[in-house]
Design a binder for this molecule. Structure first.
Ligand code: UDP
Length: 275
């Protein structure tokens, strides 16, 4: 659910609400039934990271009032709850920071880069790169991710936070080109504005997971992408409803315009006078 609403304009507040109350309720349940509980946290807690690769000890660089904050801060506050419950109530928490993950089973309209590019390539539409495509992500195939999560849950000593992701980094442009090549698509690559606070680089340091869980990803991007393309090409699209158009990049355009037109107001939307 959180994935579906993470950047929806109307539901921004809801993302924080789901993260906080969802974590609170589930931790209460875990306490009552004495269960071990996993938080599917995210690399998003690092924000627009100034360190690369990101280690678990990095505290992050998050804009707390931007369009992306609902997701970043929601996950951060959920981590806070998990560790508080662990300290105060001795709940057996496990906190995994999941980096960009993809694979068969993705929703064709979830708006993520892998599903967008494959859907666009398969239907011959333009491939939409936001920004100049120089931003990086490290894509983990879903089977590798699940194996990491299962190992973390079965580990009796380590509670996290632990990065679970693929440390091989690609630019978004490279991903677009690879998708076009693998689908043999006639689509052309076009460029759209970069959403506000879009992280420039993201790459996990997985030393902790390697040593604690004896885990590392096995599936390279190209291999996983081929499997994902096959999945998308067989989907019966009548079973999926198109979402309302998302406006993450419109937000950044509006922000830029506002900054240009009203000089005393800074680009972050806060009046200089209030700072
Ligand atoms: N992106 C893009 N075109 C799209 C969708 C996303 O260029 O159609 C970019 C997006 O701006 C970001 C990267 O791809 O830089 C990954 O986006 P995604 O939403 O998949 O994941 P996240 O930003 O949460 O890492």
């Amino acid at each position: 659910m959180l994935t579906m609403i993470r950047f929806h304009p109307v539901h921004h507040g809801l993302a924080v609400k789901v993260s906080f109350f969802g974590a609170m309720n589930m931790l209460g349940l875990a306490k009552r039934v004495n269960a071990r509980i996993l938080q599917a946290s995210t690399s998003e807690v690092y924000g627009d990271a100034q360190e690369s690769p990101q280690t678990e000890s990095y505290w992050g660089n998050v804009n707390c009032h931007g369009v992306r904050a609902c997701y970043d801060e929601g996950k951060r506050v959920a981590e806070t709850l998990f560790f508080d419950f662990h300290r105060q109530h001795k709940i057996e928490v496990r906190v995994a920071r999941i980096f960009n993950t993809f694979g068969p089973g993705m929703h064709p309209y979830d708006g993520r880069v892998v599903s967008n590019f494959i859907m666009q390539a398969l239907s011959g539409e333009d491939i939409t790169i936001y920004g100049d495509g120089g931003q990086t992500r490290s894509f983990c195939f879903v089977d590798d991710l699940i194996e990491g999560l299962v190992r973390l849950m079965n580990n009796d000593t380590e509670i996290g936070p632990m990065n679970i992701g693929n440390p091989t980094e690609f630019t978004i442009k490279q991903l677009a080109e690879m998708t076009v090549r693998l689908t043999k698509s006639p689509s052309k690559i076009i460029y759209k504005p970069l959403p506000q606070d879009d992280p420039k680089q993201r790459r996990p340091d997985i030393s902790f997971a390697k040593s604690a869980l004896d885990w590392e990803p096995n599936v390279a991007l190209e291999e996983g992408l081929a499997k994902t393309i096959e999945y998308f090409s067989k989907l019966d699209m009548r079973n999926f409803k198109k979402p309302t158009t998302h406006d993450a990049h419109k937000n950044s355009e509006a922000e830029e315009k506002r900054a240009k037109n009203a000089s005393p107001v800074r680009s972050n939307g806060i009046s200089a006078a209030t700072k």
